[in-house]
Design a protein around this ligand. Structure first.
Ligand code: CO
Length: 253
């Protein structure tokens, strides 16, 4: 992984659009497929088969030993839930996180899907998490700094009384899934405004928002991040390019 923020050429952005399209289409397929009674392992298989059918590679598989092709995080699970025998039930929310490599370039995105009849309170959490992404994304413009994104996400979450997870952050993305810079969903005064954004910088913006407190713990499987108070959490992520025209381009939507 390179130490510096890389600026992608138009040709590279084009390649990232193609990788991003595979991720977007996989997420659309998962949104159509997820249903009561289905296991998270079945969703993993649907996603992996589709990604490969597009000539792409699931980037999460074997990443630092991660055993599956997608992450499936149900209810109080925030991120990095491992697909398995869990059967989705009425009222669940499930965050699906998908990454794919196509022609050497990465796309990374996540959605939180409602299963059956979800409580209004939880539905609102899911909707606001998506809104917080867009608030953050609006700040992903040349001349702004990384912290402007987190400030907007955090403001959006706090306006609704939600928590913002601090242990995990968004990231630069390109020929690696994780590149500099880190993209926190909050402002840390000690870190100042963070690096400046330029056209050609590509980042994954990924708010992780909680209904209760923002504290998280990792389960014994070494991956699954859950809220400490066991209240629900939602995740929404897209890969975004900073452009020269003042409008960020979403590569995975
Ligand atoms: Co990501």
């Amino acid at each position: 992984m390179s130490e510096r923020i890389t600026i992608k050429s138009q040709r590279e952005i084009e390649l990232m659009r193609a990788a991003g399209a595979v991720v977007r289409d996989t997420l659309l397929l998962l949104e159509k497929s997820a249903a009561i009674g289905m296991t998270t392992e079945e969703l993993n298989k649907i996603a992996e088969d589709f990604i490969r059918s597009q000539g792409a590679i699931p980037s999460f598989l074997n990443y630092e030993g991660y055993p599956k092709s997608i992450c499936t995080s149900v209810n109080e699970q925030v991120v990095h839930g491992i697909p398995g025998g869990y059967k989705l039930k009425d009222g669940d929310i499930i965050s699906v996180d998908v990454g794919a490599i196509l022609n050497g370039y990465h796309g990374d995105a996540a959605r939180t899907i409602l299963i059956g009849n979800v409580k209004d309170e939880v539905k609102q959490l899911v909707e606001v998490t998506r809104e917080c992404f867009f608030r953050g994304m609006e700040q992903a413009v040349a001349g702004n700094h990384i912290a402007d994104i987190g400030a907007a996400v955090e403001q959006c979450a706090h306006d609704h009384g939600y928590g913002v997870v601090r242990e995990l952050v968004g990231h630069g993305i390109g020929t690696s899934m994780h590149e500099p810079p880190e993209v926190p969903n909050f402002v840390d005064k000690r870190h100042g405004r963070g690096p400046r954004l330029y056209p050609g910088v590509t980042i994954a913006i990924e708010p992780m928002i909680t209904l209760g407190t923002a504290d998280v713990v990792v389960l014994k499987d070494g991956w699954t991040v859950v809220t400490r108070d066991a209240k629900p959490a939602a995740h929404y992520e897209n890969t975004v390019a900073i452009t020269a025209n003042g409008k960020p381009e979403i590569l995975t939507l």
